[in-house]
Design a protein around this ligand. Sequence first.
Ligand code: KG4
Ligand code: ZN
Length: 348
Amino acid sequence: MLILGIESSCDETAASLVEDGRKVLSNVVASQINTHRSFGGVVPELASREHIRNIGYVVRKAFDDAGKGYGDIDGIAVTQGPGLIGSLLVGLSFAKAMAYSNKKPLVPVNHIEGHIYSAFIENPDIEYPFLALVVSGGHTSLIYSPGPGQYRSIGRARDDAAGEALDKLSKFLGLGYPGGPVIDRLANEGNPGRFAFSIPKISDGSLDFSFSGFKTAALRHIRESGIKPRRSGGRISRIILDLVTSYQHAIIKTLVSQTKKAEKRLHPRSILLVGGVACNSHLRKAFKYTFEEKRKIREGAVPVPVYYPSTIYTTDNAAMIAVAGASHFDPDSPLDPELNAYAGLRLC
Ligand code: KG4
Ligand code: ZN
């Protein structure tokens, strides 16, 4: 079975061909980072235009890289939401037209389920039930899955997503866009204990996340310590290094702590760390240490394996959409001409 995946929910135009639900034959991603960089964030109108410009080329290249023709595919999987509506519509309309003209079934995929399936690309035998932390520029969600295609929401962001929190501070301090990878790198050199960020207590016992308090605290530190944003191309001061390191440390501590609480309640057999922020080297280490390494040396503690994808499958890509689509592919499903995109589509 050969599936074409198409992803265009935010600022990456992506297409991929996946065989038998797991073998990635091609994985093409056209990033729009250069278009949005000078704005310090994604500009929705520009994103839609770039998707329109890129999608034909990206899909053609996915076929060329895989050495396949349009007639070789069994179906098309496309991101239906959540995301920017103008961006989603480009991928969905393209996929619909292609499915119609080639008489192939079309599978709509939830972007969050795509991120979850990204962990299966290199680890197809992940055991259920699992607990997934989906952390990206737009989402921070803890999801429990007792079996394939079944999802229960355990916790979600009440305000900013983790990636958004990193991107915003980076923008404010003139460190570059997107902020997540920049702060990840700078945090190798900074002191995580120099600035205090108190972890918010969510009083109703839920496992939700809140990061906007960290942003307010960071602005207070900036004001009180007289920190000046870096001038374009200038040196990054020690105090900025320490501030972003302390800030990232607080975000990671929150992510680990909520996941630990969920793991204690639900006893999953595996933990998945997915979404763009899951590229973060410090976050990966903290998860490995907390759920695997620390428990291997502590008597009586049961390690839970942590899975995260390679970087190419962690940030937005279409291979994860094709793999997720393959998991609920029905070769006989008729094409629904009313199929639409939804900016706020929920997984659970
Ligand atoms: O999954 P993704 O590509 O798009 C969304 O679905 O949002 O995630 C993008 C987010 C951005 O906020 C970016 O700063 C963050 O992932 N990110 C990172 C790293 N690489 C990307 N955050 C922390 N550390 C990284 N190394
Ligand atoms: Zn994403």
